[in-house]
Design a protein around this ligand. Structure first.
Ligand code: DP6
Length: 324
């Protein structure tokens, strides 16, 4: 039995679209910040004789959700040469499926716990590749802080790696406007965008260029540039969704108002940049030293949102002696 903990990551350069839906190879690379809030703890117990059983927050999963867990277990069994079934118990501290990256933390924790439970000697790169099979963005949550997912062109070459950051410590303010479950899963929305949005090819092409610009800005510790590119990537990703048939609209009036509030903050001299994923909640990137000012400024402009201050968090790891 092994237990692992992992945190969500928020993409600054977004992943949206696959070139291979089975292996989960992305259409373009991406870059993210792993947070220190909303961890998921997952315990994998090997050697059960009633098949693979998966429970999340005390509720047994079926269908697609447990199928994705089995995909990861199958991969670990294949690599470790073992065949026993497993029980997986997972506890989330973030509202599931509300665009707060719960699946990234969940599959990073699962890959880490399962590899350990099956006795597979896996380095972080291999764990990243295994986590990717469950949910693409999970491959980045294996690592602390900033990580870049290299798109790659096969299972071997598609993994995330940590990026060195020598600038001032970063913070991410999570502005929660809704913790409800989203109506369209990111997986379905991504597929629909790729299949029907006329903007999708332009999104993919511009994503690769933006990733290189952002990687250079990280190497130069150029916070302003990273922030500008972060907003660009988020808005372009949502623009590609707006073009889908039927359209995918995760952003609500409250989300847009938060993007506006961030522009107002910048005009007043507080450097902050907004991003949003497959849900209405908005995340605001700033320097850790400015986090208080950002929360105060946003609260004054948007008093109805809840604000959670996050910083750069640790990568996935095994925790001893405590089961999920
Ligand atoms: C908007 O990783 O959840 O958060 O690979 O189909 O499981 P699947 O998708 P997922 O998509 C995340 C999309 C995003 C942007 C990002 O995290 O890069």
């Amino acid at each position: 039995m092994s237990t692992a903990i992992a945190h969500p990551n928020i993409a600054l350069a977004k992943y949206w679209g696959k070139r291979d839906a089975t292996l989960i190879l992305p259409a373009a690379g991406s870059l993210s910040l792993t947070l220190d809030v909303f961890p998921t703890t997952t315990t994998v117990t090997v050697g059960e004789d009633d098949g693979d059983v998966v429970s999340l927050d005390g509720v047994q999963l079926s269908g697609d959700e447990s199928g994705r867990v089995r995909t990861v277990l199958d991969r670990v069994r294949e690599l470790s040469g073992r065949r026993e079934h497993a029980h997986v118990t997972s506890v989330n501290t973030v509202p599931t499926a509300a665009g707060l990256a719960s699946s990234a933390a969940a599959f990073a924790a699962l890959a880490t716990a399962a590899a350990d439970a099956y006795g597979l000697e896996a380095d972080d790169r291999m764990l990243s590749r295994i986590a990717r099979r469950g949910s693409g963005s999970a491959c980045r949550s294996i690592f602390a802080g900033l990580a870049r997912w290299n798109a790659g062109d096969d299972d071997e070459s598609s993994y995330a790696e940590p990026l060195r950051w020598s600038g001032a410590p970063l913070a991410m303010i999570v502005a929660v406007v809704s913790s409800g479950r989203k109506s369209v899963s990111s997986r379905d929305a991504m597929r629909r965008t790729a299949e029907s949005s006329p903007y999708f090819p332009a999104w993919v092409e511009s994503s690769s260029a933006l990733l290189e610009q952002m990687s250079a800005a990280v190497a130069e510790a150029d916070f302003t540039r990273i922030g500008q590119l972060t907003e660009q990537s988020a808005l372009r990703m949502h623009a590609s969704m707006f073009g889908a048939v039927p359209p995918v609209r995760y952003l609500t009036a409250a989300s847009i108002a938060l993007f506006d509030a961030v522009v107002t903050l910048r005009a007043s001299g507080v450097e902050a940049y907004a991003t949003a994923d497959a849900g209405p909640n908005v995340k605001v990137l700033c320097r850790a030293d400015d986090a208080r000012n950002v929360v105060d400024g946003l609260t004054a402009l948007m008093p109805n949102a809840d604000y959670v201050v996050a910083h750069a968090g640790s990568g996935s790891r095994i925790v001893d002696g405590e089961a999920a």
